[in-house]
Design a protein around this ligand. Structure first.
Ligand code: ATP
Ligand code: MG
Length: 393
């Protein structure tokens, strides 16, 4: 069956009052960009609380659906046929043809849902549904009507200028359109958690930038490529990500030589946050995003998180904070990041680590150890100024 258009339904953005058009326009723009990944020519338009995607000529249905399924803000995608009003008899014939084409086996239970926004249509919604139901039963004798739990819902919407006919409802990703809610700087490592954390904030409408700290030659080029790949995977949902790759070797070595080894990870994490925040400010981001989750490792106990958090004045979003690893893995698989995340390359957090890191660090003790480092401005500035930028899209 060739569907000539898609009806795009959106949930939460439908209730944003006077700002609604901003959300709709964002969604429309994201939708247009996403559809460029699919074979075919598409026209996405707004129409009174609705978005339609018209497919012009031949197109790849699966690619189009896959592309739209990654656009946050969409609650469902309904492949449809759009008709003009040529009277009820013509509509009835089209509905029969639609079911005839869309389903190979015409043996299922169904219900016709009819709605009309055009109140001067000669039949009311009940009459439309009843008459179309009867016509379908007469054409396909193995169909049955089930008004409570139909296997197939045949939707007929009579609107002012058009009639929409659809039955399949493909769930969208939900959330809010990217770009409707500021920009976050994601601390992206090569692990499982941070790509999921970025995806989650993006799902709530945030645009993303990212920063990755590497420690060459202790961390490899492959480890870096893996992070670029992860950024690309997230970017398929969030749109292009500006990824800053910061050389952390000098700072990390200096902390290793100067501070107690059991505090190394915490102090390192504090420098990552400081640098990430500076990059975020320079680029106009409003928040930092990390993949931290309570108790996952020594550097993520509540006391450790408090120490890491203390160096930031920007809000730090930790969407996975109360998630179990199992649930994070499930999301990672869902977004297609898991296979890449588990590739076995070293991370700069795993080199030079102490056998017994502190698990309940005291902020005052950490701050005292850090004073041994002296003024770090020059070193952190160097790390920032030599950062490599890669656009992941
Ligand atoms: P992940 O699976 O996201 O790597 P993790 O369980 O390995 O997390 P940590 O290594 O303690 O946990 O890192 C906690 C968070 O700190 C990460 O989720 C990420 O946001 C940030 N982070 C850690 N290492 C790096 C790095 N090398 N570059 C950028 N951010 C990092
Ligand atoms: Mg990690």
């Amino acid at each position: 069956m060739r569907y000539s258009a898609f009806l795009i339904k959106y949930a939460e953005i439908g209730v944003k009052g006077k700002n609604r058009y901003i959300f709709e326009d964002q969604l429309l723009s994201r939708l247009k960009t996403a559809l460029k990944r699919a074979e075919g020519s598409f026209k996405a338009v707004k129409s009174v609380g609705r978005i339609y995607v018209y497919c012009e000529g031949e197109y790849d249905y699966d690619e189009a659906v896959a592309a739209m399924s990654r656009v946050f803000g969409i609650s469902s995608i309904c492949p449809m046929v759009q008709l003009s009003d040529e009277g009820f008899d013509a509509l009835r014939d089209k509905v029969i043809a639609f079911v005839g084409e869309a389903y190979d086996k015409k043996a299922f239970s169904f219900k016709v849902f009819a709605r009309r926004t055009r109140k001067n249509y000669p039949l009311d919604s009940m009459q439309i549904a009843a008459q179309l139901g009867e016509a379908l039963l007469a054409s396909f004798p193995d169909l049955t009507v089930d008004v409570h739990a139909p296997e197939v819902s045949i939707n007929v919407e009579i609107r002012d200028n058009e009639i929409n006919l659809y039955s399949a409802v493909i769930p969208g990703p939900g959330g809010m359109p990217v770009g409707s809610n500021g920009t976050g700087m994601l601390l992206l490592s090569g692990g499982i958690d941070s790509p999921v954390a970025g995806w989650m904030c993006s799902k709530r409408g945030m645009e993303l930038e990212a920063v990755y700290f590497h420690a060459p030659p202790y961390t490899s080029e492959q480890a870096k490529e893996k992070v670029v790949d992860l950024a690309r995977i997230v970017a398929a949902y969030s749109g292009p990500i500006k990824l800053h790759i910061v050389n952390f070797t000098e700072i990390q070595m200096y902390i290793y030589q100067t501070c107690p080894h059991d505090e190394l990870t915490i102090i390192m994490r504090r420098y990552m946050m400081r640098i990430a925040e500076q990059l975020a400010r320079d680029d106009g981001c409003q928040a930092l995003i990390t993949g931290e989750s309570i108790g996952q490792v020594a550097s993520q106990t509540v006391q450790s998180l408090a120490c890491t958090n203390a160096v930031c004045s920007m809000p730090v979003f930790r969407p996975l904070i109360a998630f179990d690893k199992m649930d994070i893995v499930a999301l990672s698989e869902k977004i297609g990041a898991y296979e890449t995340s588990i590739l076995p390359y070293e991370d700069c957090c795993t080199i030079f680590v102490a056998k017994h890191p502190v698990t309940k660090p005291l902020l005052s003790a950490i701050e005292k150890s850090e004073t041994k480092l002296g003024d770090m401005t020059e070193m952190t500035d160097r790390a920032i100024n030599t950062a490599e930028v890669v656009w992941a899209k």
